[in-house]
Ligand binder design. Sequence first.
Ligand code: ZN
Length: 178
Amino acid sequence: MVRCDQCGFDYEALSLEEVSSELDRLSVGFVEVLTRSEPEERTRLRPEPDVWSALEYSCHVRDVFLAQRERILLALVEVHPLFVSMYREQRCVLDGYAAQNPHEVAAQLAMAGAMLTSLLSRLSVEQLGRTCVYNYPVPTDRNVAWVFQHTLHEAVHHFEDVRRELGAGAPPEVDSTT
Ligand SMILES: [Zn+2]
């Protein structure tokens, strides 16, 4: 998969520096749409019974950031590790995504995103080239750089979902030099 048919994300379009600044931009975007949606209950509305609400998608992205960080750290230590599934559907129920506070989720997502980009900023070319087996969409040998690209794709893809549901604008531009 080089380009996502649904959101248009291109895995080869961005440098890792750009991935980092885009992750920051998306985090700001999620915080804005989650904390400014009025009434707050809108964030909890599922457009269809089997389609997640904006709040549930945001909880998912927060957990993706946290899970990917753990996976990347594992790949920096173990040789070619295989990752356990996130169990996204089960997590939504087990962690009660629908009942969480959107303002708290926004803050948690921003913190998880910052932890991920902080890790990215520390890695050498050699570390970014370390390999793992990534199960999605089908088990494939990947490297750490790709895992960062894929994490950004998750954020971009689900920001589109959230934006569609809440009728919000594009994520804001952030100064990538800071
Ligand atoms: Zn996509």
